[in-house]
Design a protein around this ligand. Sequence first.
Ligand code: SF4
Length: 205
Amino acid sequence: MSLENTIAKLFALGADLSTRNAVRIALSLISEDEELTDQIYVELKNKAYKKDFAKVPVEKRAVFIPQCLRNVKECPAEFGEYGWKCTKCGKCSIGEIIEYGEKLGYKQFYIVPGGSLVKKILKEKVPKGEIKAAIGIACWPELAEAAEKLSILKIPLQAVPLLKAGCINTIVDIERVKEVMQIGIKDPKTASSVSSDISGTPTPV
Ligand code: SF4
């Protein structure tokens, strides 16, 4: 059964899908593979938070990129307080992701080695209002964990799974990342996006 059909079946049964554990139990009740838990949970959260994400101005959206996407052998980036500083050398997909995001007005890109730096960045920047939404690129289990934690912080997350996971030279669907970055942007070609009014309240498009 496809992921979409499985989700539809769970909805039709009125299953509790509010947490990862609830999704796991629901899958076991319909004899579906419990390994789908993280995928289903992440896809449900993506759908649930899409509208809230769309209302957040792009400059308040953080893009978390895993360091495993780097071309480890040739990457000239240096490591700093908030992760690797990409020089857009063109030797991996990260440069293209950042370049495209910057054209849309994104300002916060964090190439991180793992969850502990993500936690540090969120702890520092969420209370100051510098981060109000996030895009996360990672493997399914990490995305599911992030979706749980960010929903507690009321930060709408849009998650993009890696096509090939692992510790090095992973792969992501760049077009999917670009599509997610475009959410809430009226015209991506001219990068006309949601913007804050004087009070800082996001203006929906
Ligand atoms: S594009 Fe950026 S992250 Fe990728 S190899 Fe070059 S400097 Fe490193």
